[in-house]
Design a protein around this ligand. Sequence first.
Ligand SMILES: Cc1ncc(COP(=O)(O)O)c(C=O)c1O
Length: 391
Amino acid sequence: MTQTPRFAKRMDGITGSAIRELFKITARPGVISFGGGNPSPAALPDEIVADISRELVAGNGKVLLQYGMTEGLPALRESLVPYIEKEFGVKTTADQILPVTGSTQAFNLLMDAYTDPGDVILTEDPTFLGATQAMALHQLKIVPVECDDEGLKTDALEEAILKYHPRMLYTIPTFQNPTGVTMPLERRKKIAELAEKYDLLVAEDDPYRSLRYTGESLPTIKSFDKSGKVVLMGSFSKVISPGLRVAFMVCEPVLLRKCTICKQSDDLHTANLNQAIVDAYLRRDLLTPHIENISKNYRAQMEEMLSCLKNVRGIEHYTKPEGGLFIFCYLKEGVNATDMLMKAVEKGVAYVPGTYFYPNGGHENTLRLNFSNSDIPTIRRGMALLDECLK
Ligand SMILES: Cc1ncc(COP(=O)(O)O)c(C=O)c1O
């Protein structure tokens, strides 16, 4: 019999994403899944990327296939400057931008460079599970802060700052994962003010902002940052392809330098070819029409799911996002969405129980629905099955 090896202490209590385990059950053939968070296969620009890749390798293959700089492909850093100004409202320079391997890496580098085990990190409650797993691996003490249908409550945030003296706040202000809610302007400004007042580093994770289907775009928290306390993380995963693993972080050069050093021993650099593909998307103005195109379908899918939700018995309240990929639902107090999931899968529909997104658990009566991965007839059928199950 083989003995269980002794693992690092930081692995204590870390079991891997419960959601990924759930997907194995919910991925049964014939089950309509509202569970994932993937872009729709129809939104992945395989043919364009194939053409661009061939052209890039034919033209500059000896450079792209060689080792690159940890700081990123110079061309991409340059093309990110106007993109970040236009899309995120942040005036920046190439020395404040680091291309990274997914915004997942940006957040990990930030914690590598800025936190020590035992430091307190504040998060929204609920929040993105991938981020809480990374916080746990950094042995941070996670303190979730109360949210409402407009995101993080800034009075609760200030109380938590005074009580816990956190090192960092992690927030997803636009079309949040898992709730889909967007933080209004005043709260964004307030967070930038609190960051300055209490010397708190804010990690602003904004991968969904370009996927807006209705309403007006809101400024980033970073755009109100006068003291260099906000780090902006953006990603091309949801708007071009998650498989390319290209994202970026924007912050003050001193902190960026520390993150770059951490990246050296992490993956040395983000894949050159993938950076060059994203650079071509930006330089050739391919991104805006692509986003407009995919947003048409996503908007129709979101509207259909919201409209179906009016008739799903058993759901007492749900968020009404203006973009992104998710809607969050609240069942009657006392109903357990995890227990209901097996029943739902038997009927032929799946979702993610919301409890997994709450760092301290609980909130068993919540669930997350994804609308990007199902076409309209599938959404109608799936929501009818959900109604049958929850009624
Ligand atoms: C809020 C949030 N941040 C980051 C990510 C991961 O992004 P990336 O693919 O750039 O690592 C996701 C993916 O689901 C997400 O929902």
